[in-house]
Design a protein around this ligand. Structure first.
Ligand SMILES: [Zn+2]
Length: 214
């Protein structure tokens, strides 16, 4: 099975690598990506193909359902938070995009399998970051992909809101040196939709602060 990968590697080494050797070796000295892209592990999403980017352009953080957990400093292991910290505080990447997608298995499992999933399931625990999203799905319309699209887009909003709980992200956003955006990609039609931008995120954060002060 790995033959497919090794054959592909040979084509890459003899082709792309050979044609771009100088640039790739220059890039090996330092990385200065322009974007942090937080997206799903889903095999059908290929960021460098979708955005036609080159090595060095995107700092990609992938996890189930492209979620950002809230800022926490207790002793757990935080892969996504560690990657964000490196990208923002060390590399000073100026823009973060949370990219959700259609037919996301993580969001689907949150909506459909909530009762069936074991409480100690890694997926269930991870998806609880956006637990309220499950309540947005109309139980009478679970055959309609749009039902899940609504949840996927709402989950992007939760992740953006969680990004603002990281002090070194919030301070940069407030200083105007970091932009946050939320997009949704349709893996069937290829359509890309902007679902949140800086203004709507600010509104969401203000709304949640209002709600929590009640
Ligand atoms: Zn997904």
């Amino acid at each position: 099975m790995s033959d497919k990968l090794l054959e592909g590697y040979k084509r890459f080494k003899d082709g792309y690598y050979a044609q771009n050797k100088d640039r790739i070796r220059e890039l090996a000295q330092d990385q200065r990506p322009s974007y942090v892209l937080i997206t799903c592990c889903d095999a059908r999403l290929e960021p460098s193909l979708i955005f036609d980017t080159e090595p060095g352009d995107l700092f990609v953080i992938r996890n189930v359902a492209n979620l950002v957990p809230p800022y926490e400093v207790e002793g757990s292991y935080h892969g996504t938070s560690a990657a964000l910290q490196f990208a923002i505080t060390v590399l000073e990447v100026p823009e973060i995009i949370v990219l959700g997608h259609s037919r996301c298995g993580g969001i689907r499992s949150l909506v459909m399998d909530q009762d069936k999933m074991e409480k100690d399931s890694f997926i269930s625990r991870w998806m609880s970051i956006v637990a309220p999203v499950a309540g947005l799905a109309d139980p009478d319309k679970l055959n309609d992909p749009k039902t899940f699209t609504h949840c996927e887009q709402a989950a992007v909003g939760y992740s953006l809101r969680n990004l603002m709980t990281y002090p070194w992200i919030a301070s940069r956003v407030e200083a105007g040196t970091l932009k946050l955006n939320g997009w949704h990609y349709n893996i069937y039609s290829g359509a890309l939709k902007r679902v949140h931008d800086q203004d709507t995120i600010s509104t969401m954060v203000e709304a949640s602060e209002d709600a929590s002060s009640d």
